[in-house]
Design a protein around this ligand. Structure first.
Ligand code: SF4
Length: 95
C-alpha cells in the first residue's frame, strides 16, 4: 500500500489504516487505470475494505488527483469535495 501510494515518510499513526487495506498486495496498476479504462475491478476490491473512509479522507485531504481511493474515481472524489465544501459554506452561513 505505501509503495502503491507513494506516501513513504509519513507519520506511522497517520497512515496506520493502510495496514488493514484490502488492496495490500494487489497490483497497483489496477487502481490507476489508463484514461477510459474500467475501474470496476479496483472498486470491487474497495467495496469490502474496512478502511475505505480513511482512504477517501486521506485522498481528499492530500488532493490526490489520480487513481481510485476509497472506492471512488477522480471524478467521484471531486463531487464529494465540492459537496463537503458546500456543506461547510452552508454551515458557516447558518451559524
Ligand atoms: S478503499 Fe480501496 S484503495 Fe483504499 S485502502 Fe481500501 S482497498 Fe485500498
Amino acid at each position: 500500500m505505501q509503495n502503491r501510494r507513494g506516501v513513504d515518510g509519513q507519520c506511522d499513526d497517520e497512515l496506520s489504516w493502510q495496514r488493514l487495506a484490502n488492496c495490500l498486495g494487489v497490483d497497483p496498476d489496477l487502481f490507476f487505470p489508463e484514461r477510459g479504462a474500467s475501474t470496476r475491478e479496483a472498486k470491487e476490491v474497495c467495496r469490502g475494505c474496512v478502511v475505505r473512509d480513511d482512504c477517501l479522507d486521506y485522498a481528499l485531504a492530500n488532493g490526490e488527483k489520480f487513481g481510485i481511493w476509497g472506492g471512488l474515481s477522480e471524478r467521484e472524489r471531486r463531487r464529494v469535495r465540492r459537496a463537503r465544501a458546500g456543506g461547510r459554506r452552508n454551515g458557516a452561513a447558518s451559524a
